[in-house]
Design a protein around this ligand. Structure first.
Ligand code: SF4
Length: 198
C-alpha cells in the first residue's frame, strides 16, 4: 500500500496525514528559496546564519552544525567558507585547541538574518488565527512526533524537555527541576537554551 497511490491515499486517513506532512514540508522549501534568491545565498546558508544568530558558541562549531542539520562536516565547512568570504560571519578560535572554532555573525550577517528569518511569516499568520485549544492539541502531536522520530534516530539533535536531565514525569504531570515548574503541554520546549542531555 503506497501513501502516494491515490486510491490507497484516499481510502486511509493515515496515508492522508503522511501525504499532508510531505506537502507541508514543501512550504518551508518554497518560502526559503524566495529569500535565498533575494540574497544570492543557498537555503542551507540562510538556515545556518539563522541558527548561529540564535544559539550559543558551543552550538556553532562545524561538528555541532553538521549534527544539527544532518549534513557532513565537509558540507558545513564549505558553506561556512562561502559565508566567511561574503563577510557574514567570523570564526572564533578556541583557546585550548586553535584548530577548532566557534562561529559568530558579523553585523552584515545579522542584517541578513533580520531580513530572512521572517520567511515563516505566512505560516505564523495562519497559526496565530487558530483557536488556543487547537494549538495545544497541534503542539502536543507535533512534539510527540518529533520525540518518536528522535528515538528512531531520524532526527538527530534534540534539545527538547523529554530528553533533558531536568525533566521528569509523575502521574502524567511533567516537571522541570531547573525552572522548578510544572510543564503543561504549551510549556514543553522544542529547543531550550538551558537544556542538558540526560
Ligand atoms: S531545562 Fe529546558 S529542556 Fe530541560 S526540562 Fe527545563 S524547560 Fe525543558
Amino acid at each position: 500500500m503506497s501513501v502516494f497511490n491515490l486510491n490507497d491515499q484516499n481510502a486511509h486517513i493515515d496515508n492522508k496525514i503522511i501525504a499532508g506532512l510531505e506537502r507541508l514540508s514543501q512550504v518551508f522549501r518554497v518560502l526559503l528559496w524566495e529569500k535565498a534568491k533575494e540574497h544570492k545565498l543557498s537555503p542551507i546558508q540562510i538556515q545556518l546564519l539563522i541558527f548561529i544568530q540564535h544559539h550559543s558558541n558551543d552550538k556553532t562549531t562545524v561538528s555541532y552544525l553538521a549534527q544539527e542539520f544532518n549534513l557532513t562536516k565537509p558540507t558545513i565547512s564549505d558553506a561556512i567558507k562561502v559565508l566567511d568570504r561574503k563577510g557574514l560571519l567570523q570564526k572564533i578560535a578556541h583557546t585550548k585547541d586553535a584548530r577548532s572554532y566557534s562561529i559568530r555573525l558579523t553585523e552584515e550577517g545579522q542584517k541578513v538574518v533580520e531580513e530572512t528569518e521572517n520567511f515563516v511569516n505566512p505560516l505564523k499568520e495562519i497559526v496565530s488565527e487558530a483557536d488556543e485549544a487547537d494549538k495545544v492539541v497541534l503542539w502536543a502531536n507535533i512534539s510527540n512526533l518529533i520525540a518518536v522520530l528522535n528515538k528512531m534516530g531520524i532526527i538527530s539533535v534534540q534539545r527538547t524537555c523529554p530528553n533533558c536531565q531536568y525533566y521528569s514525569v509523575n502521574n502524567e504531570v511533567h516537571f522541570c527541576s531547573l525552572l522548578n515548574q510544572t510543564l503543561f503541554t504549551k510549556d514543553i520546549r522544542m529547543d531550550c537554551p538551558e537544556f542538558e542531555a540526560q
